[in-house]
Design a protein around this ligand. Structure first.
Ligand SMILES: Cc1cc2nc3c(=O)[nH]c(=O)nc-3n(C[C@H](O)[C@H](O)[C@H](O)COP(=O)(O)OP(=O)(O)OC[C@H]3O[C@@H](n4cnc5c(N)ncnc54)[C@H](O)[C@@H]3O)c2cc1C
Length: 396
């Protein structure tokens, strides 16, 4: 046996791939990672990470660094995008920590990515940039992997963390392309001279639109995402553009003055098309034999439950647990896939449903507003999600 060969090759160095490399190397596996890009980088936008995710970062020893760069909202506020009226409020902050044992955080993607990258580098995991996965051939006891740049490896396990347009999926016979959701996301970041006074996630809801705002970078910037309905772009694989504020305001139509003022402060917008896949229906879509999929490669979702990266991190945590258990490789991969697909499917479905609720108009929006006003936290909280996974949930 070649002791220099990796036992595990991770394809993709996004948040999911780095989380997998970290979790698996913490279990003692010999891991290598390939990334197609010439440098590790993440887009300039924020993400929310629930207690189900910050708990895992804590277990990986990343909590103090996360606390240095993240923001911790006191609550989540729903507002009507047209009138500006508050529709409902969910306290987070101390309540989330008390109920779920870990904080609710908002973090710049680059900061989370950097945190994971440093942890992976500190463990000495070999990282190969400029290597684009081209061929995957599962064979007896290993997988033959080759990149377009002629790097070849024969790991025991390939972890496909290569995102929305995953090449690894094809090794499982999954050849369907992702689907366009009909929604476009405008994203922007407003630098703040003073740390944000308002420590809230605010979701502005309106017919066929919603806008989410929250502080990131320890309150030194405000992250904004505006979602509107729009046309399928000509080349969705290459669709992250500088965008015109005028187009956004046209798509939004009439909005309340405070919302307009907040959006007008964004110095530059980027626009991209939101794609997803239908919720998973079987374990075989997450892993078989010597190939395990993770994150967007397996279950790209609409961002309306703010959990795409969160589920990738949960996948990584569970995969590492399964890797270290007894059984053949195929059994361990099967166990991982069986544990992960129902939760990911549930999150994918709930995200689609949230989009419908956020974008509702007419009687459906009246019902939504009434429910949020009367029941508040009861309809806005997601305990089954934030309670996360405990080791007890992994059956023997
Ligand atoms: C508008 C918006 C808001 C969001 N908000 C949130 C949020 O609040 N909370 C949250 O948890 N999630 C959020 N998400 C989702 C989250 O961004 C993704 O789910 C997450 O980044 C997926 O990570 P990943 O590592 O699986 O995939 P990716 O980030 O896509 O990483 C895949 C990596 O693989 C590389 N790669 C691709 N193909 C190959 C190949 N053939 N060979 C080698 N390398 C390859 C890519 O270059 C990339 O680095 C949001 C998404 C959007 C669009």
């Amino acid at each position: 046996m070649d002791m220099d060969a990796p036992e595990i090759l991770v394809a993709g160095g996004g948040i999911g791939g780095l989380a997998a490399a970290l979790a698996l190397s913490r279990q003692g596996a010999r891991v290598e990672l390939i990334e197609q890009a010439p440098a590790f980088a993440e887009v300039g936008a924020g993400i929310q990470i629930g207690p189900n995710v910050t708990r895992i970062l804590r277990e990986w020893g990343l909590e103090s660094e996360m606390r240095r760069v993240a923001s911790f909202p006191d609550g989540l506020r729903a507002r009507d995008a047209r009138s500006g009226r508050e529709l409902g409020h969910l306290p987070l902050g101390e309540r989330a920590e008390r109920l779920y044992g870990a904080p609710y955080a908002c973090i710049h993607r680059a900061d989370l990515h950097q945190l994971l990258l440093q942890a992976v580098q500190a463990r000495g995991v070999p990282l190969h940039l400029n290597q684009r996965l081209a061929e995957v051939q599962p064979s007896e006891g290993q997988v033959q992997v080759r990149t377009e740049q002629e790097l070849s490896r024969s790991p025991t396990l390939l972890v496909g963390a290569d995102g929305l347009w995953s090449r690894s999926r094809q090794a499982l016979g999954l050849n369907e392309p992702p689907r366009f959701s009909g929604h476009l996301a405008y994203r922007g970041l407003v630098p703040l001279a003073q740390p944000a006074a308002e420590r809230q996630v605010t979701v502005w809801m309106g017919p066929r639109l919603h806008i989410v705002q929250y502080p990131v970078q320890a309150g030194r910037a405000l992250n904004l995402v505006a979602i509107v309905h729009g046309e399928l772009p000509a080349n969705p694989q290459d669709w992250d553009h500088a965008a015109h504020a005028a187009h956004l305001f046209q798509a939004l139509g009439p909005i309340s003055r405070p919302l307009r003022q907040t959006l007008e402060a964004v110095p530059a917008w980027r626009l991209w098309a939101l794609n997803d896949r239908p919720p998973l229906t079987s374990a075989a879509q997450m892993g078989q034999g010597a190939v395990a999929l993770l994150g967007d490669a397996a279950h790209p979702m609409r961002p309306y439950l703010a959990q795409g990266a969160g589920m990738a991190i949960e996948d990584a945590w569970v995969l590492a647990r399964c890797w270290s258990e007894k059984g053949s490789l195929a059994e361990r991969v099967q166990r991982y896939a069986a544990l992960r697909w129902p939760r990911n499917a549930q999150v994918q479905a709930r995200a689609i449903r949230n989009g419908r609720i956020f974008h509702a108009h007419g009687p459906v929006s009246w019902g939504r507003n009434l429910a949020m006003g009367v029941l508040g936290a009861k309809v806005m909280d997601v305990p089954w999600l934030y309670k996360g996974l405990d080791s007890g949930s992994i059956p023997e």
